[in-house]
Design a protein. Structure first.
Length: 562
């Protein structure tokens, strides 16, 4: 980049904003903003001026003049680099979000303890911004819209964000190429939690699809890719591009000469002694599996080689969910009242609701102090009398503190029907620290469910490192249910570990972590993730009937001596 007036002005503008975010003297920060404005309007290239001319310009002066010279000579400003090094990249990225100035970003960082754009979006979805000075409902709405627009154009997308667009795009393409075969494939067809590109297998020519893309650019900023094939190989190509590399390699290893034999020997034991057109060019993926002697496996299960050894399972479906577990109301940072949340459950045919507002340590989320807990429990009791046989269970999402303890005394914890224990603060931990913290919380007899195991936010925050096997084993030993947080930005625990958990005998709970009635719909994304892992309804707590759920809670409390 040429070191011209605009470049130098950008350096000073960024420096002023970062100094503002760090709470530096307002006079100093303003001086750099003024210098940036001056340079932008200056008609003469600043690098062509002698030093005395530079410092004589109104709004520049000696101090800033020296820094201009430093940028011209070295290409950078040491002071700015120091501030950049001491500022999380996500905080700097927030400066690109419309409606967020340095003062608001300082509040987001220092008071809300948010350090990335993705975390900020999640906070907007949880109504967190409304709890801080300077952030009204309109501001929160505008920030959320600005972030969502930005995230649509950065390359990777959440499955949930791209789902409707992908399906509409497939329908448009089939309408545009009615005489050709065409189907969506790749990451989207396998229902991965994040999507880097939308791929389509088609018999249309490269020239025709290229022309279509030129005339119809992607509206969501997602890469669209065509995989061209012939009618004879369309099904095979669709199958192969709908498998992970690991799965496809294992599948090919299972295809023995016997399973693909074309021998006409009357003594042949092959299932297909005489090839047919369908054998040579299968017209369905079911036929491909049949030829290999393997029960059909749907695309969303074609990830791990171990799936090939598993019998067909009655996998969980959205209709198997009987309750909303893990939800937040207006008592903390939710958007709806308890009665509204219960009515939405009843209207959806659900049998019970587990209300789990934030605990007292979560001041950022209007966490419940003990006196407010008593009032909430009284309201729950009244609603249960009014709404029977539907039932609301008393719960809390209790913060796991730095030492692994929960943030209420045992006397208060004993007033809940169940407790969800989650980490919300001090997320930058070593594995040793994270494990110590989580294991102590799991061992607490009042911990019923371990919430969002790693604290990850997809495309935003990787989560703290843990030894999944030790955590899962500890949960089983202490009869703690492991949450599959269904929020599409979390999907935590990762579905890749659910198979191990199920093999060991763990119980999973698909929970929406809903902060509004609309958040109930996120259950579907948890179900999709659970299906990838082989989860069945009997191993999912939120699929238990009301009576089964009551029995589970009573039995667990008895076994834990509480």
């Amino acid at each position: 980049m040429p070191i011209d007036n605009d470049y130098i002005a950008e350096q000073f503008s960024l420096l002023g904003k970062l100094m503002d975010i760090h709470g530096e003297n307002s006079f100093k920060t303003k001086s750099y903003s003024v210098a940036a404005f001056t340079l932008e309007k200056l008609p003469t290239p600043i690098r062509d001026l002698p030093a005395d001319k530079i410092t004589s310009i109104k709004g520049i002066g000696d101090t800033i003049g020296k820094k201009i010279r430093e940028i011209i000579d070295t290409g950078e400003l040491r002071l700015l680099q120091q501030y950049i090094a001491n500022t999380p990249p996500g905080i700097i990225e927030m400066l690109q979000i419309k409606g967020l100035g340095p003062k608001k970003i300082a509040t987001i960082w220092k008071e809300m303890e948010i350090e990335s754009v993705g975390e900020l979006l999640y906070a907007c979805q949880e109504n967190r911004l409304l709890l801080f000075k300077g952030f009204g409902e309109k501001t929160q709405h505008n920030v959320r819209e600005a972030i969502e627009f930005r995230l649509r154009h950065i390359g990777s997308h959440l499955y949930a964000d791209i789902e409707i667009y992908a399906e509409q795009l497939e329908a448009r393409l089939k309408s545009s190429f009615p005489r050709e075969q065409l189907a969506i494939t790749g990451e989207f067809r396998r229902q991965l939690e994040t999507i880097t590109k939308l791929q389509f297998v088609t018999t249309a020519t490269p020239d025709s699809t290229g022309a279509w893309l030129s005339a119809n650019p992607s509206e969501e900023g997602v890469t669209v890719e065509f995989i061209h094939t012939s009618p004879d190989t369309f099904t095979q190509t669709l199958f192969e591009t709908s498998c992970s590399g690991e799965f496809l390699e294992a599948f090919r290893e299972r295809i023995t000469p016997a399973s693909n034999s074309t021998s006409e020997d009357p003594n042949s034991t092959s299932e297909y002694p005489n090839p047919t057109a369908e054998d040579l060019n299968p017209t369905s993926e079911e036929a491909i599996f049949a030829q290999a002697g393997i029960p059909y496996i749907p695309p969303y299960r074609r990830e791990q080689r171990i799936v090939l050894d598993q019998p067909p399972l009655d996998l969980i479906k959205p209709a198997d969910i009987r309750a909303i577990i893990h939800s937040h109301s207006k008592w903390s940072d939710g958007s709806n009242t308890l009665e509204e949340m219960a009515a939405a459950c009843i209207g959806s045919g659900l049998e019970y609701l587990v209300i789990s507002d934030h605990s007292k340590t979560a001041a950022y989320a209007n966490g419940l102090q003990p006196d407010r807990l008593q009032a909430q429990h009284a309201e729950i009791d009244e609603l249960n009398r009014k709404l029977a046989p539907f039932m609301i269970f008393r719960s809390i999402e209790s913060d796991i503190l730095g030492d692994g303890s929960l943030d209420y005394s045992n006397d208060i914890l004993s007033t809940f029907d169940l407790v969800i224990a989650s980490v919300h603060s001090n997320l930058k931990m070593t594995e040793e620290k994270a494990m110590s913290r989580l294991l102590r919380a799991i061992e607490n007899p009042y911990t019923t469910i371990l919430g969002h195991l790693t604290g990850r936010l997809l495309l935003s925050r990787p989560g703290y490192p843990v030894d999944h096997r030790k955590i899962i084993d500890a949960c089983i030993a202490n009869r703690v249910v492991i949450e599959l947080n269904a929020h599409p930005r979390r999907l935590d625990m990762d579905w890749r570990w659910i198979g191990y958990a199920l093999d060991k005998g763990a119980l999973i709970s698909i929970d929406p972590d809903a902060h509004s009635i609309n958040g109930y719909h996120d259950i579907r994304y948890g179900v999709l993730a659970g299906r990838k892992a082989g989860l069945t309804p009997d191993k999912n707590l939120s699929s238990f009937t009301l009576e089964e759920f009551k029995s589970f809670l009573a039995d667990r409390k008895k076994s834990r001596g509480i």
